[in-house]
Design a binder for this molecule. Structure first.
Ligand SMILES: [Fe+2]
Ligand SMILES: [Fe+2]
Length: 215
């Protein structure tokens, strides 16, 4: 498997550019799990309900773009190979989320965030910095990110129309996956982040969600 091969910094750079383009151009490497929305009936939604669901799913898509940036940035600088492998697996699952959210946005007649390249690059830089500080902080960052994502998903589950089952089952599966990513990072030695860092992360995601709601 790929895990046993040692890559040079140039290999890593090329792989990162490849990943970035896949994320932004919509051809991510996924795990092959079925889209949870496939088995659900399309509900009768009013135009306003459709537009609202599309906006919320666009935020979730943008969040997954950011998650890709974070994971790829961390994978670049993480020191322990074990940590790197673990994050690459989680990143693949985030790609499932990316794909599911994108297809739901399209079904609802919406568009993806025009600022996706910005979300990716900003998160990549943050992830690379976290990875460089040290694995326990980098893993702690994953723990905290996933915790915040889960409470964000809960708030969306309250806002999305109850009859929009297709969107809801995607968010519910994402919640399960994010909880697993967080638990795995914690188990691997993730440290508790200082309160100011957590607050800064919340603020950043607030700006991002408010912006992606519109553009
Ligand atoms: Fe995700
Ligand atoms: Fe996750």
């Amino acid at each position: 498997m790929m895990k046993t091969r040692r890559y040079s910094p140039l290999d890593h750079l090329i792989m990162n550019v490849d990943q970035a383009l896949r994320t932004l151009a919509g051809k991510p490497l996924v795990t092959g799990r079925p889209n949870p929305a496939t088995g659900e009936q399309e509900a009768e939604l009013s135009d306003a309900e459709k537009a609202e669901s599309a906006r919320l799913m666009r935020i979730n898509h943008a969040g997954e773009v950011a998650a890709q940036g974070l994971y790829q940035g961390q994978a670049l600088t993480a020191r322990l190979d074990k940590v790197r492998a673990r994050m690459e697996r989680a990143a693949e699952e985030e790609n499932d989320h990316l794909e599911w959210c994108e297809s739901r946005v399209r079904e609802l007649g919406g568009h993806l965030s025009y600022l996706n390249p910005l979300w990716y690059l900003g998160s990549f830089a943050i992830g690379a910095a976290a990875g460089a500080i040290g694995d326990k902080w980098s893993l702690g960052f994953v723990v905290e990110t996933e915790k915040q994502v889960i409470s964000h998903l809960d708030s969306h589950l309250e806002r999305i129309p109850g009859k929009d089952r297709k969107s809801r089952v995607i968010l519910e599966q994402m919640k399960i996956d994010e909880a697993q990513h967080g638990a795995a990072a914690k188990k691997a030695g993730g440290a508790d982040l200082p309160e100011p860092v957590r607050r800064l992360m919340k603020l950043t995601s607030k700006v991002m969600t408010a912006t992606a709601y519109r553009i």
